[in-house]
Design a protein around this ligand. Sequence first.
Ligand SMILES: N[C@@H](CCC(=O)N[C@@H](CS)C(=O)NCC(=O)O)C(=O)O
Length: 278
Amino acid sequence: MPVLSTDVPEITSLKGIHLYHAGMSNCSMRVRLALEEKGLEWVSHEVDLGAQENIQPWYLAINPKGLVPAIVHDGVPVTESNDILAYLEEKFPEPALVPADPTLAAEANAWFELAVSMHIKAIKTWVYGSSLGATKKRSDMQRYSEIQPDKELVAFHQKSLDGFSAQDIETARKMIADAFEKMEKRLKDHAYLVGNTQSIADIAWLPQYVVLGTLGFDFKPYPAIVAWAKRQEKRPAYKAAIGDWMPKVPGWALRIAIKLRRAFASLKSSRRQSQTQI
Ligand SMILES: N[C@@H](CCC(=O)N[C@@H](CS)C(=O)NCC(=O)O)C(=O)O
């Protein structure tokens, strides 16, 4: 489990739970949901990914991979959303988010692992390829590739700058659709993904629904997932963990704003290119 050791006084002196996160980051949403479901107090530190704050030295001292989320609990940094949830479960077992029954616990972990395993190849590829576009600048890539030990992530960001192919995006969509079909089957006659209570399985997947839905993924084929998400949105944890961190405009307006931003950026870059060619 990435519980990291550090001797940086600004980190070791922190008391309580400090969360380093970003509003629309689905991995951050998971940790916020777990903290809220467990009724824990936490101090928010928003990390501006657009401004590359995540690869500044002060943040790399907390998470050497430069990724959100991370927590610092009583001076100890813990990274990776699945490991943070396991850590919180161990330190704050009530209310339990991992079922006591070992078979159900294995099922819940399998749902969580499925979400983690699809993060780059499916979720991020669909989100950035079909909607957001690149969030790094070409000039950031040299430094990023030097500090980022996860080479899949480096390749991902390079590809988001070079452009995903239609095939990449379709493969991602298909992987997501396969997972949602599995969820739809389960949720047709069950209130939760595992057992009869909220678990890390629901916490792993609700953020995917929220982010993909906001960016225009088609949920019409999945009425049971939509009904589950509506129930999830009524939980007291939802507002503090997700609702309060979402853009204050409806999804359709956000999608138009993203398209305009991308069109403007590509116009600027083609003007720059034609100026250098003259
Ligand atoms: N495996 C990590 C993935 C975390 C991750 O990819 N976070 C994204 C936001 S959702 C991030 O920090 N991206 C910044 C970057 O790639 O530079 C986890 O589960 O916590």
